[in-house]
Design a protein around this ligand. Structure first.
Ligand code: ZN
Length: 357
């Protein structure tokens, strides 16, 4: 992706720094995409199945272009090689004990008189969104038009959920270290501490150039009380609208905001219950990539939810949240993100649970 402000980088550099300014090469060197040689990281179990068909975690890779695949300035033999070299989404599954505790809280919430009616009818929350665009020598800048398009995509995707998003502000910061922030890194923490706007009342979206073929990651709602400074979503700058195909339609932002509102991947837990804790997303053996055909990868009933925003398919093939996911994210807001404005009498007493990490 070419960023418009690359053209003005020399002028920015004249204006901003007493130390030697970063060059295009040094920014690229800080990017994890360039640090990582394709096919050397065995994050996924990649194999060649019968008949030469490539498979990931036992599932055939279908719907991905066999043509050479270029992403983040690196050429791969195909999209499957990009997928095999990284993890795509850095949002981890919480420890099992935390998942159990979250579900206990959810069950208690659901048992409270009137709680389910509250999330089922007339639920409406407007989330203010701050974008923090981190650049290195002017690289990685994002235009106002791209931000507007990301907002439009978010609002379209969450249109039926009762959650909408309003742009609160755009903040640009030149910092070569933060630009290459990794998941859980000191740079991530520093950037968020310096830039984040009241995480209890805002969604903070940090746009940078993280390593490891990660398109982004998010914190979960139940992490807010114990670690508010870390709250928010991080997005790879080339996974925004207009970025690098096939992750160039803004769906990464939707996916990560889904996590931020308490949704797991649709393949969480593989074929074992309780999977992603949502009844109408059938179990999946593992993540699906590309634009796969319909399959049923688990013995438990139901075909794989291959068009879900919480899967790993290409942006063009993601297009839905299920009703069960909608109810879950409303419960999550009511319980854990009470200051977003879902004025209610259910979340206040349980909103901040220091033991839930
Ligand atoms: Zn994810």
């Amino acid at each position: 992706m070419r960023f418009p402000c690359m053209l003005c980088a020399p002028f920015l550099l004249l204006a901003c720094s007493t130390k030697p300014p970063p060059t295009s090469e040094s920014c690229t060197a800080q990017s994890g995409l360039s640090r990582m040689a394709p096919m050397t990281v065995e994050a996924w179990e990649f194999e060649v199945g019968p008949g030469g068909q490539p498979t990931l975690q036992g599932l055939p890779i279908v719907g991905m272009d066999a043509a050479p695949f270029r992403f983040g300035g690196i050429e791969y033999p195909g999209q499957w090689a990009f997928v095999a070299a990284g993890r795509r989404c850095g949002t981890p599954s919480p420890p099992a004990a935390v998942m159990r505790q979250v579900e206990r809280e959810m069950r208690a919430f659901r048992a409270a008189p009137g709680a389910e009616a509250f999330v089922a009818e007339g639920f409406a929350v407007v989330v203010p969104v701050w974008f923090h665009i981190i650049t290195c020598g002017g690289q990685g800048d994002v235009s106002a038009a791209v931000i507007q398009e990301q907002m439009r995509v978010l609002n379209a995707a969450f249109g039926d959920t009762g959650v909408s998003f309003s742009l609160a502000g755009v903040n640009r910061r030149e910092n070569g270290s933060w630009y290459g922030m990794g998941y859980g890194s000191r740079e991530e923490r520093e950037a968020k501490a310096a830039l984040g706007k009241d995480p209890r009342r805002n969604l903070n979206v940090y746009i940078a150039n993280p390593p490891g073929n990660l398109l982004g990651w998010a914190t979960f709602p139940w992490n807010l009380s114990a670690d508010p400074a870390r709250d928010g979503v991080v997005l790879l700058n080339s996974a925004l609208p207009g970025g690098s195909a096939p992750y160039n339609l803004g769906a990464t932002g939707v996916h990560e905001v889904g996590h931020w509102l308490g949704l797991y991947h649709t393949f969480e837990g593989g074929c074992s219950e309780p999977n992603d804790e949502v009844e109408d997303t059938p179990p999946e053996a593992g993540p699906r990539h590309g634009c796969p055909g319909q399959t049923d990868s688990c013995p438990l009933p139901g075909e794989d939810n291959i068009e879900n925003y919480m899967s790993y398919v290409n942006d063009a093939c993601m297009n839905l949240f299920t009703p069960g996911q909608v109810i879950r994210l409303r419960r999550m807001i009511t319980l854990f993100r009470t200051d977003l404005g879902a004025a209610n009498r259910f979340g206040a007493s349980r909103a901040y649970l220091p033991s839930v990490r």
